[in-house]
Design a protein around this ligand. Structure first.
Ligand SMILES: [Fe+2]
Ligand SMILES: [Fe+2]
Length: 203
């Protein structure tokens, strides 16, 4: 099948899967993240179709029950650490990636990685995953003091926006007395270290 037609069909299937599994409210969020991620993809010369695909699927498993997450993770041999045992909904990214693979035949590793990593981040995550991570945090219904600044930054510098968004997510968790997932701390370290050489060159 022609590449465009293939992408088009898989986008329709992803949309249908999200709609069938999500409440009106979360489906609305999904659509807004898809539009925001698509916009960031265009601005940063990423593949818009594949970025939209990851966005359409990112929260597809979000409304499963805690036991379901653990059962599916066990059945599909997904890594489950102590944070995931404590808070099984942390698995909604990895479980959604598996649904995408198993139910829609998505085998694009960058798309799957973006879906998997969208909750905690992952060191080494690629541009498509960064675009989804940021889009999830700045879609038009998001409302917090720094969101406008983050929206502007996201169109200028995806890496800087992801760093900022992750810092904010970590601070937000800490303020609420919630444990911060080790992957988030590792990702922040990676983002900060990854940028340093380039900034040195620019100075
Ligand atoms: Fe999510
Ligand atoms: Fe989301």
């Amino acid at each position: 099948m022609e590449e465009y037609a293939k992408t088009h069909t898989v986008l329709e299937n992803a949309n249908a899967l999200a709609r069938s599994r999500l409440s009106e409210k979360r489906y609305g969020h999904t659509m807004r993240v898809a539009d925001t991620a698509g916009d960031l993809a265009r601005v940063h010369s990423l593949d818009e179709g594949r970025t939209r695909l990851a966005a359409l699927l990112h929260d597809a498993a979000r409304e499963s029950r805690p036991e379901e997450f653990l059962e599916l993770a066990d059945e599909w041999r997904l890594p489950v650490g102590e944070p995931e045992r404590q808070s099984p909904k942390l698995l909604h990214g990895p479980v959604a990636a598996e649904l995408a693979r198993r139910q829609l035949g998505v085998d694009d590793e960058e798309v799957l990685e973006a879906i998997r990593a969208h909750t905690t981040g992952k060191p080494g995550m690629g541009p498509l995953a960064l675009a989804l991570y940021v889009a999830d945090k700045i879609e038009p219904a998001r409302d917090y003091p720094s969101v406008e600044r983050l929206r502007t930054l996201a169109r200028q510098d995806l890496h800087a926006a992801a760093t900022e968004a992750l810092r904010r997510a970590i601070a937000h968790n800490e303020e609420r007395g919630k444990d911060v997932h080790p992957a988030s701390l590792e990702t922040l370290d990676w983002l900060e270290a990854d940028r340093t050489p380039q900034e040195r060159v620019e100075q």
